[in-house]
Write a protein that binds this ligand. Structure first.
Ligand SMILES: Nc1ncnc2c1ncn2[C@@H]1O[C@H](COP(=O)(O)OP(=O)(O)OP(=O)(O)O)[C@@H](O)[C@H]1O
Length: 253
């Protein structure tokens, strides 16, 4: 345990080895309830690998706790049920489905017991989960629309809503704002703040420094699989090692 009662996600010494590449090297991070935490670093630094490890998609060593419960030996689908949600870098929506149908893809299938339970009740519960996820990102009025009827910013939010279907304690977002212009990115950041304010912790990976430095409470910086700096956005963005490894020049939050 970290000792901080606010901590939801706590990783200790997460390491991932891909052949000769040490993609993560003893990565320790914390994400608290209602907190947005950034994870930034150059291409190939190991950010996606970290999310893969935490969510159960990459073999790793080290420990992962969600709200004090160890997850590191738990398979990916159970980590999701326990509240770890993620998006993927290639998070396109299905263009021939409505927004609500895109979210329905994420509904947890019933176990053996669920199969014999009341079908109508399960469907109602799934509809409620989808509506709740859509309202968390401000898209409840868009449920019946097709993705191409939405702006790119709203499509990105629908992708986030798809990850949020079902109980979510910590949301891990892998470059969710890629391709957004300045205005869309600012609106996206506003919605992220609303999501976090409703309770879940958020880990945000993005190369949009304005977004990261604006919305994050704290930021970790990764380079060659290691965390090289962490702290408040203003401290990290003026850190000489971070500027040399990633930013190139100081960035003002
Ligand atoms: N499945 C894999 N098998 C082998 N090597 C991999 C695999 N996934 C990632 N790597 C390697 O691990 C390192 C970290 O890659 P990763 O995709 O995690 O970086 P990243 O920080 O997310 O980069 P980007 O910002 O470009 O998305 C890279 O050297 C990459 O080539």
């Amino acid at each position: 345990m970290s000792g901080d009662p606010n901590t939801l996600l706590l990783t200790r010494d997460i390491s991932v080895q891909y052949g000769g590449v040490r993609a993560n090297d003893e990565v320790c991070i914390e994400v608290g309830a209602a907190e947005i935490v950034g994870l930034i670093g150059p291409n190939g630094a190991g950010k996606t690998t970290f999310v893969d490890a935490v969510t159960g998609f990459a073999p790793h060593t080290g420990t992962i706790e969600l709200d004090g419960v160890r997850l590191d030996s738990v398979p990916a689908h159970r980590r999701r049920r326990l509240g770890l949600a993620r998006t993927w870098q290639s998070g396109e929506l299905f263009t021939d489905l409505t927004v609500a149908e895109n979210l329905a893809v994420s509904v947890d299938p019933p176990g053996l017991r669920g199969l014999v339970a009341d079908l109508g009740r399960r469907r109602k519960r799934a509809d409620e989960d989808i509506q709740e996820a859509l309202s968390l990102v401000g898209l409840e009025a868009m449920a019946g629309r097709r993705p191409d009827e939405l702006s790119l910013g709203r499509q990105k939010l629908a992708g986030v809503a798809r990850a949020l279907v079902g109980s979510t304690r910590v949301l891990l977002l892998d470059e969710p704002a890629a391709g957004l212009d300045t205005e869309e990115s600012a609106e996206f950041g506003h919605e992220l703040r609303r999501i976090a304010a409703s309770g879940p912790g958020v880990l945000l990976i993005d190369h949009d420094m304005t977004l990261v430095l604006d919305v994050c409470d704290r930021v970790y910086v990764m380079d060659f699989g290691k965390i090289i700096a962490s702290g408040a956005p203003s401290d990290v963005s003026s850190d000489a090692q971070v500027i040399a490894a990633y930013l190139g020049s100081p960035v003002t939050p």
